[in-house]
Design a protein around this ligand. Sequence first.
Ligand SMILES: NC(=O)c1ccc[n+]([C@@H]2O[C@H](COP(=O)([O-])OP(=O)(O)OC[C@H]3O[C@@H](n4cnc5c(N)ncnc54)[C@H](OP(=O)(O)O)[C@@H]3O)[C@@H](O)[C@H]2O)c1
Length: 329
Amino acid sequence: MFKAVIISKDEAGQHAALEEISKSKLPEGDVTVRVQCSTLNYKDALAITGKGPVVRKFPMIPGIDLAGIVEQSDHPEFRIGDNVVLNGWGVGEAHWGGFAEYARLKGDWLIPLEPAFSPEQAMSIGTAGYTAMLCVMALERHGIAPESGEILVTGAAGGVGSIAIAILARLGYTVVAMTGRSSTMAEYLQALGASRIIDRGNYGEHGKPLVKEQWAGAVDVVGGQVLANVCAAMKYRGVVAACGLAGGMSFPATVAPFILRGVTLAGIDSVMCPKAERIEAWQRLARHLDPAVLSSMTQSIALTDVFPASERLVAGAIRGRLIVPISSN
Ligand SMILES: NC(=O)c1ccc[n+]([C@@H]2O[C@H](COP(=O)([O-])OP(=O)(O)OC[C@H]3O[C@@H](n4cnc5c(N)ncnc54)[C@H](OP(=O)(O)O)[C@@H]3O)[C@@H](O)[C@H]2O)c1
C-alpha cells in the first residue's frame, strides 16, 4: 500500500483526499519510481480545487512534477537506484502523478536529475522553473540579448515569474517585474534581481493597439488583457514569450504590434516539449540559477497541506514556489 492524493468524481462532483492504495493499482509503464519530492504548480492547484478542467481521467493522482529514485525499470536508459525527474507529458492530468509515494511512468518521459540539484531543489524549480527557462531560451532564440533593453516579467511574484526574474538577472538582463502585489512583494522581487517593480494596475484594462515602445522582451504568465497590453508596448522587433493564463484564456489584441513593429509572440509549452530541449533547459538551470536565490523563494509543505495551499495558489496568494517532500530515503 502507498499514500497518494486521489481526485475522484461522482454525482456530487469532484473531490480530492489523501488515501492509501495498493501498488498493484499503479498504471502501465516501464519504470517504477519511489517519489522523494513533488511540488505544487498552478495546474495542480486547478486540478485539486476543480477550478480548471485539468483532470482528464478519474480517479487521478495529481502532481505534474516529481523527483525520485528508480525502483524497477524495463527501460534501457534507466537502472534501479537512478535519480530521475519528470515534468509534464500529461502526468497528473491523464496518467497518475507525483502526489504519491510511488509512480509508474514511461521511461521516455523521464530525465536524469541534474547532479547540481537535490530532489528538493529540482522540485523547487519544477515545471514552473523549467518553463521560465524555456521562455528565456525563446527570447534568446529570437535575438534578444541583455543590450536589447528591458525585459518585462508579468505575474512576477508567482512561480514562473520568480524564477524567470532570477535567471534573466543572472544572465545580465535588466528585468522589470510586474505584480499585482507591489506593496508587499517589492523587496522580494528586488532580491531576486528585478531592477524595478511596476504595479499591474490598469494593465488589465482594455488598452490601445499600440502604446509607447518600452520592452525589448517579455515573459508573460498572465494572458488575457495583460498580454494584449504587453504586446502593444513592445519595442520594434521585441519578443514576448507567452506561457500562462493566470489572468485569463482570452487574447483581446490587435495585429498592430506584429505587422507594424515586427513583434514576435513566442508560444511556450512545457508539457510536450521535446526531450532534447528539456535536457538543455535543465542543464542551463543548473548553470544559471543561484541555489541561495532558489531557496529564498521556496517553502515546503506536507502532502496533507496541498488542499488548502491549492486554494491559496489559485487565488494568487502564494509567493514563489511550494515543494512537497514525500519520502526522504
Ligand atoms: N505553458 C506552459 O507549459 C506552462 C508551464 C507552467 C505554468 N504555466 C502557466 O503559467 C501561469 C503561472 O504559473 P505559476 O506556476 O507561476 O503560477 P503562480 O505561482 O500561481 O503565479 C501566478 C502569478 O500570476 C499573477 N496572477 C494570479 N492571478 C492573476 C489574475 N487574475 N490576473 C493577473 N495576474 C494574476 C500573480 O502574480 P503577482 O502576485 O505578481 O501579481 C501570481 O502570483 C499559469 O497560468 C500556469 O498554468 C504554463
